[in-house]
Design a binder for this molecule. Structure first.
Ligand SMILES: [Zn+2]
Length: 198
């Protein structure tokens, strides 16, 4: 059993952001995000409403992670979310010129990018909860990915994300290792905090 507090989450996320060269910005302090929130219902065909975008979604653009007001209120999901966003930053850094346009214009690219983010979340959780042998069922993964319907992804897109995530986790099981150094670093930070608790 692990227990992570809001302070733990703030400390670990700040340390990870520094290490990764990522800037964290509160959404309600960003004019850019306010403009984007007005466009969001149009960009997503009504899938994401203006207020939801500001209060329920974390948005990563290039090296910047824009967080909502309640980001740290659920420390566990904040940590999970942040490794997801780190993965987006890594994907962006691999293809700085085209990443943003491909993400917006191509649903399959978007699906692949989100699959990478979700996979990073699962991998990190499996380390810090010491549950290396547990592979989430396809239906569990599918259900947790339904939120991406708001991103204009069809059930087929989501189904292919399930495949990517599960095969990724299976490979890691077989190799007994974690591919991404950042995932391991963050998981170790969380473990060192939580394992000291009674
Ligand atoms: Zn994402």
């Amino acid at each position: 059993m692990y227990q992570v507090t809001e302070d733990h989450a703030r400390t670990i996320i700040a340390a990870m952001a520094k290490k990764e060269g990522i800037t964290i910005i509160p959404k309600n302090k960003s004019t850019f995000m306010k403009v984007l929130s007005d466009l969001m219902p149009i960009l997503t065909g009504g899938g994401i409403k203006r207020d939801e975008f500001m209060t329920k979604y974390v948005t990563t653009i290039m090296d910047r992670v824009y967080i909502d007001d309640d980001f740290y209120k659920d420390p566990d999901s904040a940590l999970s979310c942040f490794i997801h966003e780190i993965q987006h930053v890594h994907d962006y850094r691999k293809d700085r010129i085209r990443y943003n346009t491909r993400y917006l214009a191509n649903a399959h690219y978007r699906a692949l990018s989100e699959a990478n983010g979700e996979s990073a979340e699962y991998q990190m959780r499996r380390i810090y909860t010491n549950s290396m042998v547990q592979m989430p069922s396809a239906s569990t993964v599918f259900n947790s990915l339904k939120k991406y319907r708001n991103y204009g992804l069809s059930d087929d897109d989501i189904e292919s994300m399930v495949g990517v995530i599960r095969s990724d986790l299976r490979t890691l099981d077989l190799l007994g290792m974690v591919s991404n150094e950042s995932i391991r670093t963050m998981a170790v930070m969380i473990s060192s905090v939580t394992h000291n608790k009674p």
